[in-house]
Ligand binder design. Structure first.
Ligand code: IPM
Ligand code: MG
Length: 358
């Protein structure tokens, strides 16, 4: 029997609520499957930990995490700690040193959910956004001089390396190739940004030669927002830089009905370090503690974790259970216009898992 060690880091805000729900659902799934077990260890790292210790996670946090098969992550961000501290102290402090260079964000309109676009249904919007997750605009290069003076300067330097761009491009082409439509859109801003973005375009053309069966095209990021909104059917797999894909994935989540549904995998495809799985939504302090956070994003994220671990059958079973629950509007949380609670949605998904005879 396969046994997986999972590090759970609920983090801040509703992260704690949705990860607790996710762990419950995953345990029910493992019990139902019978072919594997999940051994969770929960870490209390995040903003509360920071207020007590002055750091978001212990110095040896990453050494601890290395022993795990995967990381199940909630959210970071607190109203009284600067965002760049929480982000760089925990999430990026794991993603970047663990070389989780492929951030994968599937978007679909799930059954029972209405997106904001007129005449756009489930069959019209089925995308996977591949976000470069190790460099680009999030490289952390730059600085500030002459603080507070009129001549203060700040630089925020984007780093694009041939190695970094080539590996994400290959990942995206391979993913596009594995999907029925074999269609990839490469997003840049190579009209205005004439160095790094032009290199992206060139590397895309080079890597494309290795994938003759994949149809691909290029879009500028601004025009891409229009295409996503006006012609969602024309897209399938999408690859973009760290920041561009960050922005596009929020748009994608909104077009699919709610940010509360959207999942993410931060993958180290070589398996040298554990990969990390998290819902896209943040810590949402406005609804924290109310018991109404949508756990669906965290459940969908769990399917990605199971697939990564090689438990495809369990991943499929969970996705089916999720879709059965979203199909019922009385089980929608307030972000979807309903009045269901995290507890009710979680119980319904567990019931669907247990009742599934597949
Ligand atoms: C995301 C989030 C993060 C990001 C925030 C919390 C810094 O928006 O995962 O998309 O920009 O990477
Ligand atoms: Mg984002």
């Amino acid at each position: 029997m396969n046994s997986y060690k999972i590090a759970a880091i609920p983090g801040d805000g509703i992260g704690k609520e949705v990860i607790a729900a996710g762990v419950e659902v995953l345990q029910a799934l493992a019990a139902r499957d019978g072919g594997f077990t999940l051994d969770f260890e929960t870490f209390d790292w995040g903003s509360d930990y920071y207020k007590e210790h002055g750091i978001m996670m212990p110095e040896n946090g990453r050494d601890t995490l290395k022993r795990f098969d995967a990381i199940y992550f909630g959210a970071v961000g607190a109203p009284d700690v600067p965002d760049h501290v929480t982000l760089w102290g925990l999430r990026l402090a794991i993603c970047q040193p663990f070389d989780q260079y492929a951030n994968v964000r599937p978007t679909r309109i799930l059954p029972g959910i209405e997106g904001p676009l007129r005449n756009v249904g489930a069959q019209d919007l089925d995308w996977v956004i591949v976000r470069e997750n190790s460099e680009g605009e999030y490289a952390g290069q730059g600085g500030r001089s002459h603080r507070g003076l009129p001549e203060e300067v700040a630089t925020e330097v984007s780093i694009f390396t041939r190695a970094g761009v080539t590996r994400i491009m290959r990942y995206a082409f391979k993913l596009a190739q594995s999907r029925p439509r074999k269609l990839l859109t490469v997003v840049t801003k190579s009209n205005a940004q004439r160095h790094g973005m032009v290199m992206w375009d060139e590397i895309a053309a080079e890597v494309a030669v290795e994938f003759p069966d994949v149809t691909w095209d290029k879009m500028l990021v601004d025009a891409m927002t229009m295409r996503m909104t006006l012609k969602p059917q024309s897209l399938d797999t999408i690859v973009a830089t760290n920041l561009h894909a960050d922005i596009l994935s929020d748009l994608a989540a909104a077009l699919a009905g709610s940010l509360g549904i959207a999942p993410t995998a931060n993958l180290n495809p070589d398996g040298k370090f554990p990969s990390m799985f998290e819902p896209i939504h943040g810590s949402a302090f406005d609804i924290t503690g109310k018991g109404i956070a949508n756990p669906i994003g965290t459940f969908w994220t769990a399917t990605m974790m199971l697939e990564h671990l090689g438990e495809k059958a369990a991943a499929d079973r969970l996705m089916k259970a999720i879709e059965r629950v979203t199909a019922n509007p009385s089980l929608h949380t307030p972000d979807l216009g309903g009045s269901a609670t995290t507890r009710q949605v979680t119980d319904a998904v567990i019931t669907a898992i247990q009742g599934d005879n597949a």
